[in-house]
Design a protein around this ligand. Structure first.
Ligand code: R2B
Ligand code: URA
Length: 313
């Protein structure tokens, strides 16, 4: 084979990799059927290319109600025909996750914490692969605790970092630790920041997001059932996090970033802060204030999607 031909194949191959969702498992090819158990879907019983082949934007978030509300919101924003109140849950055969399809947008819930979102992501990535979806961007829309920011600020994640502020995710596989990078798509993050500057009342920053495996002790809270450290130690840890560029704390970003990256999916994390952790641990804002805060990542991502679709300039 001549070097020129090799180059040609290389670039075609790269183009394919750039557009398609890559699963990284040699065993999948040989499987007669792939049951996406937690979605209650299968590539044998459902025509996945027909159902999902046109998906361009996947929005995931913790709560089932919030992701239903997002689906109804984006339905209105994209001015699609039909009644947004009538959209149905594609995963109604299970109550693990909910999933709504609105034009080229998929809205899915992932529950709380790394194990819950990682199960959902395995099945989502296989679903997009079976469906032969191309050029997909995945967003996590969530809530978080702010580090040195006014409550209500939206943090667009630069790097998702672990408890030691390292941009990596550790997964235990067959008793050994596998480490994967958690860098997110820089272009999508800066496009989102640009979108925020075009909107009113969506104060936004780009910063690092720390992912923990617990809401209480794991995030340095003094108000859990257990607390093994002092207030001074908590504040010292938050100060070190701030110095390392951490602006918010949540519970899913590292595995989300790592899995999307390995599978060639462009990804972004957009979380609103519900409180400033330097000021306290309890979430004291009213229900209405919290509801409005949680709409901010949705409004921002909706603006991004409408711009990408050419619905606004
Ligand atoms: C943010 O909020 C949840 C905990 O309240 C968790 O899923 C997260 O990442
Ligand atoms: N979600 C978190 O994980 N932490 C917070 O402080 C708030 C929301």
């Amino acid at each position: 084979m001549t070097p020129i031909l090799l180059n040609c194949m290389g670039s075609e191959h790269n183009e394919f990799i750039k557009q398609h969702v890559q699963v990284n498992n040699p065993y999948l090819e040989g499987m007669e059927e792939d049951i996406l158990y937690h979605f209650s879907l299968s590539n044998r019983t459902h025509n996945l290319p027909e159902m999902f082949g046109d998906i361009k934007f996947v929005c995931v978030g913790g709560s089932a109600n919030r992701m239903k509300a997002f689906a109804q919101f984006i339905h209105q924003e994209l001015q699609l025909p039909g009644n947004p109140k009538e959209i149905t849950d594609i995963c109604e055969g299970t109550d693990r996750y909910c999933m709504y399809k609105v034009g080229p947008v998929l809205s899915i819930s992932h529950g709380m914490g790394v194990p819950s979102i990682s199960i959902m992501l395995h099945e989502l990535i296989k679903l997009l692969h079976h469906a032969q979806s191309r050029d997909v961007v995945v967003f996590r829309l969530g809530t978080s605790g702010g580090v040195g920011l006014a409550p209500g600020t939206v943090v667009i994640t630069d790097k998702a970092v672990d408890y030691s502020f390292r941009a990596q995710f550790e997964q235990v596989v067959l008793g050994k630790v596998i480490t994967r990078s958690t860098e997110l798509d820089e272009g999508v993050a800066s496009e989102l920041l640009q979108c925020s500057s075009e909107l009113q009342n969506i104060p936004s920053v780009i910063g690092n997001t720390m992912c923990t495996s617990d809401f209480y002790e794991g995030q340095g809270r003094l108000d859990g059932a257990l607390c093994s450290f002092s207030r001074a130690e908590k504040l010292e840890y938050l100060r070190k996090a701030y110095e390392a560029g951490v602006r918010n704390i949540e519970m899913e970003s590292t595995v989300f970033a790592a899995m999307c990256r390995v599978c060639g999916l462009k990804a972004a994390v957009i979380c609103v802060t519900l409180l400033n952790r330097f000021d306290g641990d309890q979430i004291t804002s009213t229900h209405d204030v919290l509801t409005e805060y949680q709409q901010r990542p949705q409004v921002l991502v909706s603006h991004f999607i409408k711009k990408r679709l050419g619905l606004i300039v």
